[in-house]
Write a protein that binds this ligand. Sequence first.
Ligand SMILES: [Mg+2]
Length: 542
Amino acid sequence: MFKPARHGEVGGVSLQRSQQQKPLRSHDRFNLCAEMSHKIVNLRVRDVRFPTSLEQHGSDAMHTDPDYSAAYVVLDTDSGLKGFGLTFTLGKGTEIVLCAVKALAGLVIGKSLQEIVSNFRGFYRLLTSDGQMRWLGPEKGVIHLATAAVLNAVWDLWARAEGKYHAMYLSIQDPKQIVSCIDFRYITDVLTEEEALDILVKAQEGKKQREDQMLKEGYPAYTTSCAWLGYSDQQLKQLCSDALKSGWTRFKVKVGADLEDDIRRCRLIRKMIGPSSTLMIDANQRWDVAEAISWVSRLAEVKPLWIEEPTSPDDILGHAAISKALAPLGIGVATGEQCHNRVMFKQFLQASALQFVQIDSCRLGSVNENLAVLLMAYKFQVPVCPHAGGVGLCELVQHLILFDYICVSADLRNRMCEYVDHLHEHFTSPVVIQDAHYMPPKDPGYSCEMLEESGLYFKHFTFVQYKHWRGKNILKLSHKRTGLKMSKEKVFQKAWGTEINFLQSSFSVTVNRIFFFLLIKVPSFSESFDFFLILFGLSFIM
Ligand SMILES: [Mg+2]
């Protein structure tokens, strides 16, 4: 369903692609990076959306109807090798991330993989510290999401060039090279380059045994799929029962909309999973500080291990106050999925404001910035339990947590990686879960290449294609899950509603463009019409 991007797609900054379709040799890819420079000749970015809100997947106290989506980046090189990366969004606004990716494209196209990885810290800083674009962040918000998508594609390209899956490729690197990828600016007061190197060198001991252990047993996971806020009690029971049969022992429940409802749902889940299983709760930033403390205290009876995102993700001292108040109840605070950057993580750690670090593969500046956070968390001896789910987050973050265990922490106590059972079928190398553990990937790369037919790219879609995609996928989804009865009429009503909004928006933009063209290019047009009348007409249309 994806169509090949047209030449010059990103504002005319791409290079000629005449040499890029050379077939890739299959043997001994390990030496390819040394033999070939893999010059990046084009960057394509696509708007990929899935209508998950139809079945309330991903629903929580603050995001009641997410449509899991991604800004999906493909890097083309002159050798034919491609790099795939993405950043995760909730539907509306993905087009804004695409604009930011296109703005960064000029800093990427024309550079070779060798050139980038020989000074990866410099390349990271090039993307995050452009003299004009850094005003849009710096290192936060839409521009940082776009940076993550681009850098994820670069890391994917690098691992593919070496023929290794990403975590393994990271782990076989020299500690000095790993450290050279990290931008230590603003964090040297808690972690210097020398300290980071020392941690990585010491962790070399036992590395092979830990990698063998992971290949055999996998990395422990917990599930969030059973208890989205919009699910009925019948769904909760059914999904919990299924998960227990599949070997899951760690469960997370969404809370924060209604206290009495939370108490009832959490009691139900605790009863289903028994006292020996682990339960976490997640409020997705719903409360003020005092409200968080009183609300979670009422839920202490179900013995949650942590409360996740109890308040604003920016309120470091608020998290510290909540941590202090809940410590006597044995409940920790977890946060990080909307923590902007390494500097904020530094302060969360300095202020003892969290007891579980939740890194995110698409919120921070890709592997480069996540490496900094993993090393800081190790220094503060705070366990890392990554955020995952969405589109492709499980596929990406599994590499980071495997690397953390093999090459940094060497510790599994109180550690687990989130797992959500949605949309994996759209990836060429989906995650493999066995007995509630992430099994290390086997395919080369960073595991975020999507199937061609899985995407929706507005720019290349005609109305008929869009209608076909919406209808086909929504009907497929509505029939796939049990416990939800949705009529065809309701499904199409939702699909058509979105389509009509999309078409109205496109129509307005087109009409506006015609008016402006006539005003600028045709003198008689502006002379023959009253200017203010036109302005009035434009504002009415918009
Ligand atoms: Mg969460």
